[in-house]
Design a protein around this ligand. Sequence first.
Ligand SMILES: [Zn+2]
Length: 110
Amino acid sequence: MSTPLVKPIKCRRCKGTGEFGPSYVDFGICKRCSGSGVEEGDKATLQAAKKFVEDYRAAYQLVQAASWDALMGFRKLEVDDPARFRKALASVLAGHPKVMEALAAYAHAE
Ligand SMILES: [Zn+2]
């Protein structure tokens, strides 16, 4: 893993959470840091943060169009397991045929 050249500075608006305000406004993504939770950092950090927000919005719309259950699973996984959520996000964008079913099932998982 490469060491960032510039120490990332936590976003002052969302206090590093990347979330600000209600979810129905821009999906609750903090505008100051574009949901990265980081205000300043090296180029790679900021680019990765920007890409995540773009991916998140694109995936959110696809999941929302698929079904209400899938959307609930998407939001649940985001909170429960961020690492797995990132994989699911990639699967949604890659058009993996089973991912919407899996998300819908996850919405009802214990
Ligand atoms: Zn922020």
